[in-house]
Ligand binder design. Structure first.
Ligand code: HEM
Length: 406
């Protein structure tokens, strides 16, 4: 395995020579029992191109604005639930809260459905799969097909995630879309046809893509919000600036709108910095399809290539005092001074995260809405939360914070 830790090399593999590096790589092979032939892990470049062509139009910055109301409505409901907690002084596991929020938002956007209790079942199944597959990545033996107790639990977890997706799909198919109703993503995917062959996607592929979106959208967004409030609780000077911005932009309003985003510049800088320090999808992998040379180093066909953004985002040549949480790094001038590929929380090139704009919109809107009403503070003596290097970078043991009304 070759590990790349320089922006030029990363651009070479992900952008300049993207056709020469595919996803026949270890981390995706390991995730494939869950993700199958959906966009995230498929090694089949033809299938990927076709699917991406059909789905990309629904994830542009403009089209994502159609889902902003789901994001703010669901955040408002979460804040309502916080308001009614029986013991307001007790610490809250915000990882769990944000997990449910992320799933509710993605289910509303995909199927126009309220997930209710199904969200918790999906969360548990996902966490189990993330742990079993994360362990398998560190020590890939015995094969996943071998029925050890943890592999049997993995199989059941995958069945539960499949059940979550197929339940909503069949309900939605039975319902149909009513005239005048804002179409959800599922109906848009159902109607999508490829410009080359004029055909759409079959139900099995649709199932895989929907599951990929649920998986892609759930843990990454959850972790970003959880780490964000963990870091804010430890950096009151940053929190004060966030509150000042949110109060100024929102004025009398308690809930932000999509149109506020261009003004919420400091909020966005915080999100960018959180994604630097705790990049949730921290392992990008590819396999070289042909012999290549990167800056004089020979990379034979078949080589596994790894980019670890946890390390890249701490590279001392590009980040001063890299362990320090400092959103000012993401001011426009500071960004311009750095090579673009020193920072890849969403990947880069043709396989850049499909949900990047969806995620940034969701995270900024949720953060602003929460910060307008609450401070989330560390309980006295709370230990440091360490990252757990699973398939994603998970806050070990969750993030527990106390709510204080502002
Ligand atoms: C903070 C949140 C998120 C982060 C950090 C993140 C990160 C990433 C990264 C790094 C990749 C590229 C992997 C690679 O090149 O090997 C990726 C791909 C992908 N992500 Fe995200 N993601 C996030 C949110 C989302 C959301 C909200 C969705 C769906 C709505 C989503 C759907 C996908 C899909 C479908 C792909 C595969 C794209 C392709 O290969 O064409 N992600 N994500």
């Amino acid at each position: 395995m070759v590990m790349l830790n320089h922006p030029d090399y990363i651009r070479h593999v992900l952008v300049d020579k993207s056709e020469q590096y595919d996803k026949n790589a270890a981390v995706f092979k390991i995730a494939r029992p869950v993700l199958r032939d959906g966009l995230i892990a498929t090694p089949d470049m033809e299938l990927w191109r076709r699917q991406r062509r059909m789905m990309a139009p629904y994830f542009t910055p403009r089209t994502v604005s159609n889902f902003a109301r789901n994001m703010t409505d669901e955040t408002t409901s979460m804040l309502g639930r916080w308001e009614e907690r029986s013991d307001p002084a007790a610490a809250l596991d915000v990882t769990d809260e944000f997990g449910q929020l992320a799933l509710r938002i993605v289910s509303k956007s995909l199927f126009n459905a309220e997930v209710g209790d199904a969200a918790q079942a999906f969360e548990r199944a996902f966490q189990l799969a993330n742990t079993v597959l994360g362990d398998f990545f560190s020590f890939p033996f015995p094969p996943l097909g071998f029925p050890t107790p943890s592999h049997v639990r993995l199989r059941r977890a995958i069945d539960r995630m499949d059940g979550f997706v197929s339940g909503f799909i069949s309900e939605r198919l039975a319902q149909g879309v009513e005239a005048g109703e804002e179409p959800d993503l599922l109906s848009l995917f159902l109607g999508a046809v490829d410009e080359n062959d004029g055909k759409g996607m079959d139900l099995e592929q649709l199932h895989h893509e929907v599951l990929n979106i649920c998986v892609g959208a759930y843990e990454t967004t959850t972790n970003t919000l959880a780490w964000a409030f963990y870091l804010l609780a430890r950096h009151p000077e940053v929190e004060r600036k966030l509150h000042a911005e949110v109060d100024r932009v929102l004025g009398e309003r308690t809930v932000p709108a999509f149109e506020d985003l261009p003004e919420l510049t400091y909020t966005r800088m915080i999100v960018d910095e959180v994604l630097r320090i705790y990049s949730p999808a921290y392992q990008l992998m590819r396999r070289a399809r042909e012999d290549d040379v990167i800056d004089g180093y020979r990379v034979p066909a078949g080589t596994q290539v790894l980019v670890n953004s946890y390390l890249l985002h701490r590279h001392p040549d590009f980040w001063e005092d890299p362990e320090r949480f400092d959103p000012e790094r993401f001011g426009a001038e500071e960004i311009a001074k750095r090579p673009r590929h020193a920072y890849v929380p969403f990947g880069s090139g043709p396989r850049v995260c499909l949900g990047k704009h969806f995620a940034l919109t969701e995270i900024c809107l949720a953060m602003a809405a929460i910060a307008r009403r609450y401070r989330l503070v560390s309980p006295p003596g709370a230990p440091e939360v360490l990252p757990d290097a699973l398939i994603t970078l998970h806050p070990k043991g969750g993030v527990h914070l106390r709510l204080e009304r502002r």
